[in-house]
Design a protein. Structure first.
Length: 171
């Protein structure tokens, strides 16, 4: 079975496409990580387990992040809200209830070793969660085209996608 063969995959990809559309002004600073990155890098092979994910995980290379437009405002205008039940910074949810996790690699954080929320100056705090294990995603990535899995949705985006294995997000 390959990614995209079930409705959970389709909903997760729709959420990812929506997030990329929302965050398009900052696309150059984004790196797709997590399960969808794994599936994009391995969709040509049969995996021993049926692939499935119900969310989208995006890391921010904050070294190249523009100060405008403000990310929190972009997300809210697009119908995203912080997922209060998750109690994790960087955990957003779209209008369909699909999670979107936004991360900052620990190496880019100026905060203490135990800090969990990134301080992004004009973008605010708690927008991204600081995560260990993402540092190499900043350099070990390839630009891939992300397409919708729905034939009527013609949106596509070119984005950096990590070639690492799935990242443990600690959520």
């Amino acid at each position: 079975m390959v990614f995209g063969a079930n409705s959970t995959d389709v909903v997760a990809r729709r959420a990812l496409i929506g997030a990329l559309e929302t965050l398009q002004p900052h696309l150059d600073s984004l790196v797709l990580v997590g399960a969808q990155a794994v599936y994009l890098n391995s969709n040509h092979i049969e995996l021993p387990l049926a692939p499935a994910t119900s969310d989208a995980d995006i890391a921010f290379d904050t070294r190249s992040l523009e100060v405008s437009p403000e990310i929190r405002e972009l997300l809210r205008e697009a119908g995203y809200s912080p997922n209060e039940t998750a109690k994790n910074p960087g955990h957003w949810i779209n209008a369909e209830g699909v999670p979107l996790d936004l991360f900052q690699p620990r190496i880019l954080s100026s905060r203490g070793a135990k800090s969990r929320s990134a301080n992004l100056g004009p973008h605010g705090q708690d927008l991204l969660r600081i995560i260990d294990g993402l540092n190499s995603a900043l350099v070990d990535n390839s630009v891939l085209t992300i397409n919708s899995l729905e034939t009527q949705d013609i949106r596509s985006f070119e984005i950096k996608v990590t070639v690492l294995g799935e990242v443990t997000t600690g959520s």
